[in-house]
Design a protein around this ligand. Structure first.
Ligand code: G1P
Length: 294
């Protein structure tokens, strides 16, 4: 292990998908902008990146999703209207997204898979290590800094894994692992994208946070389409591992805030709403309503 490797300072958020699980609303609204009450999912993700020191954020987008980029821009008409009405607190909340991070947008140019989307950020990221944050899930704030530290120590790939019931592995990338001296860190000895239950090397799934060395980009370029006929990030990472790049993973034991499909989105929305103290009556209603369900 070397302690001279540079630390990741840039984040890439792939956010170019059609979000078919949320059609028809995603015909007009990117799923990354679905609200958690009054704040879009994407803001949670950009805040998570910035809190980990990643203030250079590239959004990989697609036609029809420009609202994601607009969201982080100033809106003079709205600012002026709020100022004129003396709504200073609301004005501060409206302006907050402008200064969380430096946002760059890159078009993916076709739905060719997660690996392809990440590869589109190559010219912006360059040779340095960088983080990938998937645009529809977010995590507790200690995960990403831990991963960035570990990547700076190893110089390799750092993943985050979550233990799930075995039947769920079919929807995710899955890792084969060996233990290390650190009980929260494993060494990854193999990766497979969306295996059948019987072929899965473990019940540890890849969740949507990765810290990768810049050497992943030429490998992505050489990666043929895999599962779903898409260029898979999992396949590119496994090739780099096969060529000798160390791959480690933090085993995450916190809450996964998933918003990628309707039930998970509703759970995230209700849980975070229930924790707010500015939605009077919501929890009392929720308790009463729950009691009416069988
Ligand atoms: C992607 C990755 C998969 C990972 C998952 C996490 O799958 O390809 O390896 O486990 O995100 O959410 P997708 O959800 O795009 O099908």
């Amino acid at each position: 292990m070397s302690d001279t490797a540079p630390r990741a300072t840039k984040a890439v958020i792939p956010a170019a998908g059609f979000a078919t699980r949320f059609l028809p609303v995603t015909k007009a609204i990117p799923k990354e902008l679905l609200p958690i009450v009054d704040k879009p999912v994407l803001q949670y993700i950009v805040e998570e990146a910035a809190a980990a020191g990643l203030e250079d954020v590239t959004l990989v987008t697609a036609p029809g999703k420009d609202a994601m980029v607009d969201y982080f821009d100033a809106r003079a008409d709205l600012d002026n209207a709020l100022k004129a009405k003396g709504k200073d607190e609301m004005l501060a909340r409206v302006k907050a997204p402008e200064s969380i991070a430096e946002i760059t947008a890159i078009r993916q140019g076709g739905a060719k898979g997660l690996g392809h989307a990440v590869g589109r950020a190559a010219s912006h990221v360059g040779d340095e290590p960088f983080a990938v944050l998937l645009g529809d899930e977010f995590y507790e704030p200690d995960l990403l800094p831990r991963m960035i530290d570990l990547q700076a120590e190893t110089g390799g790939i750092v993943l985050a894994l979550l233990e799930v019931p075995r039947e769920e592995v079919v929807r995710y990338g899955v890792a084969a692992v060996e233990t290390t001296d650190d009980e929260d860190v494993v060494r990854v000895t193999g990766l497979v994208e969306k295996p059948a239950v019987d072929d899965a090397p473990s019940n540890l799934i890849l969740i949507g946070r990765y810290v990768l060395p810049g050497t992943i980009f030429p490998v992505i370029d050489q990666t043929p389409p895999g599962r779903g006929d898409e260029i898979q990030l999992t396949d590119a990472m496994d090739t780099l591992r096969d060529k000798g790049t160390p791959v480690h993973a933090v085993v995450y034991r916190g809450r996964r805030y998933d918003t990628g499909e309707p039930v998970a989105y509703l759970q995230t929305l209700v849980e975070l709403a229930s924790r707010r103290d500015d939605l009077p009556g919501f929890n009392a209603w929720l308790r009463e309503f729950s009691a009416t369900l069988d």
